[in-house]
Design a protein around this ligand. Structure first.
Ligand SMILES: [Zn+2]
Length: 265
């Protein structure tokens, strides 16, 4: 049976987040079939929460230069073919398909606005002030602003490996950020504050378990965690263990760089 608007509205209300603003990471497929498709989910989110943010990141704009600062977890000069395919960032550039179809649908909503970072833009409904918290030096600033407003992360059919807010907590914990480059109509722009890799983030789940609210909407598992609690727990994990939440892939450049730095090589 297809999931309907009413099911999504009731399920999201069951999280009991009150009037809190949220950032949403989602998989439309996790619902099985949805009557009305992704717009139904976007309308439900906008109906239940005071403000809704989604990541509308655009990795297609990224370029790898021939040279740059050392120890930046990037192989300079290796991106010739990707560089040729890179696209200029414009406010109309679709969100990367990696984010799922819901962010792109929200971005196209009549009430949506989008921030203008060439790699890490966010779209939001009723989220003007949160979006304004983004700067080139603090690309994930909207997540810091969301925490100050008592916001929550809502994960719909996805886990913490896509929970961008963990990156903001990593930064607050003093973890290394990277420099990246993006193509814009004004030329190539330096983008500092690019976060590490998120493949190891699910390791935070046991620590978050007792603070996590869970509901089921059709076949989709939906969970919510408060940003205040998430930041606190991630920061304490990293302070205890500088290698916490890194992935286990040997060839991962960003996790490898954090390990190297921690060894002091
Ligand atoms: Zn990694």
């Amino acid at each position: 049976m297809a999931v309907r608007l009413r099911d999504v509205l009731l399920g999201l209300r069951e999280l009991h987040l009150g009037n809190a603003p949220v950032i949403v990471h989602s998989s439309l497929k996790s619902f099985g079939e949805v009557e009305g498709g992704p717009l139904t989910v976007v309308n439900a989110l906008a109906g239940v929460f005071s403000s809704v943010l989604v990541p509308t990141f655009t990795y297609k704009t990224m370029l790898t230069p021939l040279t740059g600062p050392e120890n930046n977890a990037i192989t300079y000069g290796s991106g010739e073919s990707q560089n040729r395919m890179a696209e200029f960032f414009t406010p109309h550039l679709p969100a990367d398909p990696l984010m799922g179809i819901i962010p792109e649908t929200l971005r196209n909503h009549a009430r949506a606005e989008r921030s203008i970072h060439p790699i890490q833009s966010f779209a939001g409904i009723n989220a003007t002030n949160l979006l304004k918290a983004q700067t080139m030096l603090d690309p994930l600033g909207p997540l810091g602003a969301l925490e100050k407003e008592g916001g929550w992360v809502v994960l719909i059919g996805v886990n913490h490996t896509v929970n961008t807010s963990i990156h903001y907590a990593e930064k607050l914990a003093g973890r290394r950020q990277f420099l990246r480059w993006a193509l814009t109509p004004k030329g190539v722009v330096e983008c500092p504050g690019f976060p590490g890799d998120s493949a190891g983030f699910q390791a935070i789940a046991p620590d978050m378990e007792k603070f996590t609210r869970k509901v089921q909407i059709g076949p989709a598992n939906v969970q919510a965690v408060s940003l205040v609690m998430l930041f606190k727990i991630v920061i304490s994990r990293i302070k205890k263990d500088p290698l916490a939440l890194l992935c286990q892939q040997e060839d991962c450049e960003r996790c490898g760089e954090i390990r190297r730095e921690s060894r002091g090589d």
